[in-house]
Design a protein around this ligand. Structure first.
Ligand code: MLT
Length: 311
């Protein structure tokens, strides 16, 4: 299926479609159709989750190779190596520092409290007893949104534009002006702010530490550091911003491009591969705890009016 998709189909659409199609393999769906007891749902969810996690690197790497490496083979799995090392080599890279970065990347994007769009969507779809493949694919469609996982792609597009417009080693004044221009044109500074965090995202900090160790002189990293000094102040000045600090997406693309992975459209797929770890773990617990189907509360007009003191 992947080998027959048109090349203009976004990598996230390919990723989500392929994961959905994998539900032909679902142990949970099979067991459910045979009427297995509720008490053992979680065991089948666990099997599916482990299989899904194993399938994601070859799926993602096949998409990458088809789109950006002339459809070359992802090679064989090396059982002596870990998930990240295999994934990096399937993508076609053999730099040990990039493998180390991939370990960091896949760890920090796994999840961080379940309330974000992708994790919550996986939980919601799973609550209908859809199998992990269907539920996770739904979460990936949420991750593909620009306010969620697509932001890492948007950050690099914005940084590249900034660099192109202002040239290398732009002064603080010029960078400030560029940031204000972005805000005044009704856009956001990609990679800044967060729905719940109220300080610099710790996932930004660990990526910054990695960059300081491995690529301190990289021009894009220097630009990201410069923005870290400039943007929060501007956002505070702007007012109405609850969190002016950078989030995980503000940094990841810069690290990947340094190691030669410059295909920005693919970045969200990497985020998705990682997110399987957190979301499937939660889904196994959901079934073990027998959590019910999720449904937002509905209210009558009268109920709403009472709530706001209008009657
Ligand atoms: C995430 O990791 O999903 C992002 O930080 C977004 C969020 O938590 O809402």
């Amino acid at each position: 299926m992947l080998n027959n998709f048109p090349l203009h189909l976004h990598p996230m659409s390919q990723f989500s479609a392929a994961i959905t199609a994998c539900n032909t393999e679902s142990k949970f769906a099979e067991a459910y159709s045979k009427g297995v007891s509720k008490a053992s749902y979680w065991e089948y969810m666990f099997e599916d989750s482990m299989n899904l996690i194993a399938k994601l690197p070859p799926i993602a790497a096949t998409i990458y190779r088809n789109l950006y490496r002339d459809g070359s083979s992802i090679g064989a799995i090396d059982k002596e190596k870990d998930w990240s090392a295999n994934f990096t080599s399937m993508l076609g890279y053999d730099n040990p520092t990039l493998t180390e970065l991939m370990r960091l990347y896949l760890t920090i994007h796994s999840d961080h409290e379940g309330g974000n769009v992708s994790a919550h969507t996986v939980h919601l779809i799973g609550s209908a007893l859809s199998d992990p493949y269907l539920a996770f694919a739904g979460g990936m469609n949420g991750l593909a949104g620009p306010l969620h996982g697509l932001a890492n792609q948007e950050v690099l597009v914005w940084l590249t534009k900034l660099q192109k417009d202002l040239g290398p080693d732009a002064s603080e004044e010029l960078v400030k002006e560029f940031v204000w221009k972005t805000l005044k044109s009704g856009q956001v500074v990609p990679g800044y702010g967060h729905a719940v965090l109220r300080r610099t995202d710790p996932r930004y900090i660990v990526q910054r530490d990695f960059a300081l160790k491995h690529l301190p002189e990289d021009p894009l990293f220097k630009l990201v550091s410069q923005l870290y000094k400039i943007v929060p102040q501007i956002l505070l000045e702007l007012g109405k911003v609850k969190n002016p600090w950078p989030n995980v997406d503000a940094h990841s693309g810069v690290l990947l491009q340094y190691f030669g992975m410059t295909e920005m459209q693919f970045y969200t797929v990497l985020f998705g591969v990682s997110r399987a770890l957190g979301t499937t773990a939660s889904m196994v617990w959901d079934r073990a705890l027998g959590l019910p189907i999720e449904r937002p509360k509905s209210m009558t007009t009268e109920g709403l009016m009472k709530l706001v003191g209008a009657v």
